[in-house]
Design a protein around this ligand. Structure first.
Ligand SMILES: [Zn+2]
Length: 274
């Protein structure tokens, strides 16, 4: 073979390896056995895992392996990243992907973890155009530029309360619902749906339920849904997601049409595990 041909052949093989390398590494990561210490963390911090059907448990473990392979965890404010932090957050995030033919948060690159609630600067523009700078203390935050930020003590507390009587709050479910919402390019409480009719029904039912929650919040009436969901449609979808997984019986009982919309979207029925 001519030297130039040999060089071209080597180059093309090299390019081929580069193109397929990430997929190869992902397949290898997924093919590895799920570590037994990860299973212990799942049973301890995600009690519903033990009550899920076996096929969902297997799906969840595969999704967790992919999530941990693709997303980088960064400790902030002195937080050291441990397996417990990585597996607990990945498990909760991946519960939103079960049974759905979807990528694993393709826009997400980093999960930043603080030991406790963190302070985020806020800039607000008033009606007259005046700009206000303020600091807000948060337990979680989702950004469409590929970041989710979480306070570990809140994540761990949600895991503990879900082993007892759920309070309907879960910061990981909340922030990753925002990630799904922002995949469309607009964080407006409407994630990707399957067809035009699905969008029509979703808009119809979510609009009615959002207005009902706004009324409940304004008059301080009890609702299965946290009043924070009345802030805007994006928060409403995140709060509904928390209630769907954490208080599925109550949501189905008091908001059957809303429950059915979310059940059709998430493709699971948490009433079977709760
Ligand atoms: Zn939110």
């Amino acid at each position: 073979m001519e030297p130039i041909m040999a060089l071209l052949l080597l180059l093309s093989i090299g390019i081929g390896i580069c193109v397929f390398w990430p997929g190869y590494r992902l397949r290898r990561a997924i093919a590895h056995a799920f570590p037994s210490q990860f299973s212990k963390i799942l049973r301890r911090n995600l009690p519903v895992y033990s009550r899920m059907p076996v096929d969902l448990q297997l799906q969840l473990k595969r999704l967790i392996k992919q999530f941990l392979h693709q997303k980088k965890f960064v400790g902030c404010g002195g937080q050291v990243i441990t397996d417990e932090i990585r597996v607990t957050i990945a498990a909760k995030a991946c519960m939103l992907l079960l049974n759905r033919p979807t990528a694993v948060y393709p826009g997400l690159k980093f999960v930043l973890v603080y030991p406790t609630a963190f302070v985020a600067p806020r800039v607000e523009t008033g009606l007259g155009g005046g700009v206000t700078h303020a600091n807000q203390t948060l337990s979680g935050e989702s950004w469409s530029d590929g970041r989710v930020i979480l306070a570990w003590d809140h994540v761990r507390n949600d895991a503990i309360t879900s082993t007892q009587l759920s309070d309907g709050h879960d910061v990981v479910l909340h922030e990753f619902a925002h990630q799904l919402d922002s995949e469309t390019g607009a964080s407006n409480g409407v994630p990707y749906l399957s067809n035009r009719e699905s969008y029509r029904r979703w808009s119809q039912i979510f609009s009615i339920e959002f207005e009902a929650l706004k009324s409940a919040a304004a008059t301080n009436q009890f609702s299965v849904l946290d009043h924070y969901g009345a802030s805007n449609p994006a928060e409403f979808f995140a709060v509904v997601t928390e209630a769907f997984f954490e208080k599925s019986m109550d949501l189905a009982r008091f908001h059957p049409e809303l429950f059915e919309q979310v059940r059709a979207y998430y493709q699971v029925d948490p009433r079977h595990w709760n």
